[in-house]
Design a protein around this ligand. Structure first.
Ligand SMILES: [Zn+2]
Ligand SMILES: [Zn+2]
Length: 235
């Protein structure tokens, strides 16, 4: 990870943990909250392509027969204080938390970056409804910061959305999978390239799988997903 003198200095500045208000540094989590969120997820040995099932072999029994996704890496679990952090970012519109979340994502992605020589980070486009509701794209903000910290470019137009479907929150796993079919379009520039798709929360992987499907249909060589949070159970 590249770290300039100024960013190293900023990291040392005293601040308050956004979750518990205890002493912290650089706008990041305090040590206790970091252990409860980032540490709790990173300690577990999880399936490489669904990011949810515990396994020692790298792939769970659902994924061992192949997945269109090459890897899924998430910084924290979408539950308890991890869920609160995401809600403060997305619903509470605390945009400064994008820096904290992207910092955790970059740290979680270190093994991924040693395996895959990614050509670009590509955020999953926000729905028109989300943009109207929050006024910003949570995934796009994270992608910009992850790109800057990893020195890999961010390509906002490599994935676009054709139409808004029904809100994903209201759907079950099968309905989600059907509702995202045909929703995204990959730019021809992805052909032959390994790309890293950025999302804020991965819930069922329906969206990630559909995005990987269209990117690979357009010729993408590898598609890995890096997200801030992942639901810790199969939805
Ligand atoms: Zn804290
Ligand atoms: Zn799996």
């Amino acid at each position: 990870m590249k770290s300039s003198f100024v960013s190293r200095l900023l990291r040392r500045l005293p601040s308050r943990c956004p979750l518990c208000q205890m002493a912290a540094h650089g706008g990041l989590l305090c040590a206790g909250c970091e252990a409860d969120t980032f540490g709790a997820r990173q300690r577990r040995s999880l399936c490489r392509t669904c990011g949810v099932c515990a396994t020692q072999s790298g792939l769970c029994s659902n994924c061992e027969h192949g997945s269109v996704l090459d890897a899924v890496v998430c910084a924290i679990d979408y539950q308890f204080s991890g869920q609160l952090l995401i809600q403060l970012y997305k619903e509470g519109k605390q945009l400064t938390l994008a820096r904290l979340l992207s910092d955790l994502m970059v740290r979680a992605a270190q093994p991924l970056l040693q395996t895959y020589q990614l050509d670009a980070w590509v955020p999953i486009p926000a729905s028109a409804a989300r943009l109207k509701h929050t006024g910003f794209s949570p995934a796009q903000q994270l992608a910009r910061l992850v790109a800057s910290a990893t020195n890999i470019p961010c390509r906002l137009d490599w994935l676009t959305q054709r139409h808004d479907g029904p809100a994903q929150k209201t759907l079950n796993r099968r309905e989600r999978s059907l509702s995202v079919r045909g929703r995204y379009v990959a730019h021809p520039a992805v052909a032959g390239r390994p790309i890293g798709v950025i999302d804020d929360v991965v819930t069922t992987t329906s969206t990630a799988v559909e995005v990987a499907r269209v990117a690979k249909a357009a010729g993408a060589r590898q598609v890995v997903v890096l997200a801030a949070a992942r639901t810790p159970q199969r939805a």
